[in-house]
Design a protein around this ligand. Structure first.
Ligand SMILES: C[S@@+](CC[C@H](N)C(=O)[O-])C[C@H]1O[C@@H](n2cnc3c(N)ncnc32)[C@H](O)[C@@H]1O
Length: 280
């Protein structure tokens, strides 16, 4: 059983390293995820937690174990429909000179979001255009999975249309491996959203879905403030279906203009929309 001291020490560690809030009531989760790590070191849970302060390798494993990596292909469907039907055509019209799009999957988990976007760009970008999808996450274990581009049968059953499975995957033993040409489009980088976004360039579309819900109001505002200059003037930000800008401080809420696109709200930089390209 997790003692209150062990729980608060783990919850402080996760908060420090990821900004994710692990409130009381999540003891069961900490226990379920950390007991196997402790057992692998031949330790009881409490003893293991006590050693974390002096063991950066185990601390990284704890962060990996406690980030919530729930994801699926074309999650919620409507954002992907809006992306393919409205955002990509609008951007194609505006980027005739550079003929290049950049997309950021900003809490990519095991890569289903980034590769779903890659499939749509493969289908909807005109010939001769180039694109890059930058996939970032705080979990190094998840980033390894994105790089590997391999998924179990259970994972491909979650939201991936059969036609896309046939078109973009090959069997690799008991797993399915994503096509090399899609993998080449995805740049994988470690990034803590709560820390500065150095050297990423700017993006035409940012997918920041199902991660803000784990942060407190201050962290969420800070991320959305620093996200503004990361988006092209005429770009789009997509949040998860339970996430919104309505609860932000007034100046920041006003800086993100909400625009309904089909059945999904997208967020755009308020102020003049210009024809500038991202140029990154
Ligand atoms: C629930 S998944 C969402 C995956 C995907 N965006 C989706 O909507 O399906 C949340 C992801 O956020 C990542 N995460 C948590 N805290 C983070 C942080 N501070 N910086 C970057 N990523 C973080 C987790 O590792 C996890 O992979």
């Amino acid at each position: 059983m997790t003692t209150p001291t062990a729980f608060s020490s783990v919850s402080a560690l996760v908060r420090r390293e990821t900004s994710m809030v692990y409130d009381e009531g999540k003891e069961y989760l900490v226990e379920a995820r950390l007991t196997p790590l402790a057992a692998a070191r031949g330790l009881g849970l409490e003893e293991y937690v006590a050693r974390l302060a002096s063991d950066p390798t185990e601390r990284r494993k704890v962060v990996d174990a406690l980030t919530i990596n729930e994801t699926s292909w074309f999650r919620d469907h409507t954002p992907y429909q809006a992306f393919a039907d409205v955002m990509v055509p609008a951007l194609v019209e505006r980027r005739q000179i550079t003929r290049r799009l950049r997309v950021w999957s900003a809490a990519c988990s095991s890569g289903q979001e980034a590769y779903s976007v890659a499939m749509l760009l493969d289908q909807h970008l005109p010939a001769g255009w180039s694109h890059e999808i930058v996939a970032t996450d705080i979990s190094t274990a998840m980033l390894e999975r994105v790089r590997a581009g391999r998924y179990s049968q259970v994972e491909v059953n979650r939201g991936l249309p059969a036609t896309s499975l046939v078109r973009y995957f090959t069997r690799a033993g008991r797993e399915w491996e994503i096509a090399e040409r899609l993998r080449q489009r995805v740049t994988v980088r470690h990034l803590n959203l709560a820390a500065p976004f150095a050297g990423l360039g700017t993006f035409d579309v940012i997918w920041l879905r199902n991660v803000l819900i784990y942060f407190d109001a201050t962290t969420k505002s800070d991320i959305l403030r620093r996200m503004l200059p990361m988006l092209a003037d005429d770009g789009y930000l997509l949040l998860g279906s339970a996430e919104t800008t309505l609860d932000l401080p007034a100046d920041l809420a006003a800086a993100w203009r909400r625009e309904q696109i089909g059945r999904v709200p997208a967020y755009r930089r308020a102020g003049a929309l210009s024809l500038t390209s991202t140029g990154a």
